[in-house]
Design a protein around this ligand. Structure first.
Ligand code: FEO
Length: 398
């Protein structure tokens, strides 16, 4: 693929990774691959903004060569230390050994311990500017969005924001811009990205959105480091981030369960019927056959999480443990929870699950529901009624 022009003199020179299967370990499965977006600004000073993952260094360098000799690179802006954006730096520095690197102090410390290069650094902070000739870059530190070293770069004359991981999507595509790819697909992957990477940092996201809005700078385009570039409607992803970060919810419930001999599964289906009868968009997820990242994405805008398990060894099935552990780390805001399950010789699953929901910050929507052995029609009707009661709680303003 050729370099792609964003604005006059500004090019995408990144790489497309169609085969990337997971990110940050096995939880976040990237079924649609990803891209590593790197940008070249050709001005009096030639500047590379971010690089790519090491295996794609050659691909990026070839794209740069189609525009200029890489030896002409004067400056490299590193918005974020993580290796998917810096792995190619040693290769670039071999070709342009005098290039100066601009990054935050934490990023510099991290780069020194990743690559051990004798490189020329200049540490920047919020408000620092870098004149390129016709253009000026300004920098906005963005600690914990999503690492302590992260920052955004803004090209003043082009109203172009390069926020690295923020506003990205793990979406490999033959196209580079939001107006070239189905909107629903982009938003699905953007929400998956937010749910899996940024959700626990929502308070900081909100603060940063307010800070950037307070700067009063125009934003005509957002060029993140993964996925498509927001050219047609950058406001769309900013608004979505504001919604996700502020914990806004839809009248939606997600029922996450697993089962031993089918009793808890039968309860789950009846609970779904009860929720749906009260017009709550209820989604059923059997945890052993779905990825955790799918569940977290479903939860992003759902008001209610219902978890179900039979009692085993006085607790819930262990297959639910990774999900409940991750949930604690994600710290959902303004969410309701409830637990149910079948039991035989002893109880314990519902109490254990309720404890974990509360530990994750959810408010219990009501008493849990437990049924002995195999539910009969009366038992299933009690599940439907429990679902209807929960649905009414969902629709109350929180
Ligand atoms: Fe935090 Fe795309 O790396």
């Amino acid at each position: 693929m050729e370099p792609v022009l964003l604005k006059e003199g500004i090019y995408w020179v990144g790489a497309i990774d169609w085969d990337m299967q997971y990110f940050h370990g096995p939880v976040y499965k990237t079924h649609r691959g990803t891209t590593y977006n790197s940008y070249l600004i050709v001005d009096e000073k030639v500047t590379l903004v971010d690089a790519v993952y090491a295996p794609f260094a050659g691909e990026m360098v070839e794209r740069i060569r189609k525009i200029i000799d890489p030896a002409r690179i004067d400056y490299i802006v590193v918005n974020h230390l993580e290796t998917d954006h810096t792995g190619a730096l040693p290769e670039v520095m071999k070709l342009a050994p005098k290039a100066k690197i601009f990054c935050t102090a934490r990023c510099k410390a991290g780069l020194e311990k990743h690559y051990y290069g004798n490189w020329d650094y200049e540490v920047v902070k919020t408000g620092s500017e870098l004149a390129l000739g016709r253009r000026t870059l300004s920098f906005i530190e963005a600690p914990m969005l999503h690492w302590p070293d992260s920052m955004f770069t803004y090209v003043q004359e082009d109203a172009l924001l390069m926020p690295n991981d923020a506003f990205g999507q793990h979406l490999a595509s033959a196209f580079r811009f939001d107006d070239e790819v189905e909107t629903d697909l982009i938003m699905e992957e953007a929400s998956r990205y937010y749910a899996n990477i940024l959700y626990p940092l929502s308070k900081l996201v909100l603060k940063k959105l307010d800070e950037v809005a307070g700067l009063g700078i125009p934003i005509s385009m957002i060029a993140p480091s993964h996925g498509v570039i927001w050219r047609k409607n950058p406001g769309r992803i900013i608004e979505a981030y504001r919604r996700w970060a502020s914990g806004e919810w839809l009248p939606r419930a997600v029922v996450v369960y697993d089962t031993m001999w089918g009793s808890t599964a039968a309860m789950a289906r009846s609970i779904i019927e009860g929720l749906a009868a009260e017009k709550v968009d209820a989604r059923l997820v059997k945890i052993s056959i779905r990825d955790l990242n799918h569940i977290f994405t479903e939860l992003l805008e759902a008001r209610l999480l219902v978890v179900g398990s039979p009692t085993v060894n006085r607790s819930h099935l262990s297959v639910l443990s990774p999900f409940l552990d991750e949930l604690t780390g994600l710290k959902p805001v303004n969410r309701l929870g409830a637990a149910f399950g079948s039991y035989g010789w002893s109880r314990g699953a519902v109490k254990a699950m309720e404890g974990k929901l509360e530990a994750a910050g959810l408010t219990l929507a009501g008493e849990g529901l437990e049924l002995l052995w195999v539910p009969d029609e009366a038992g299933l009707e009690s599940c439907r009624e429990w679902g209807r009661v929960l649905a009414r709680k969902v629709k109350e303003q929180g």
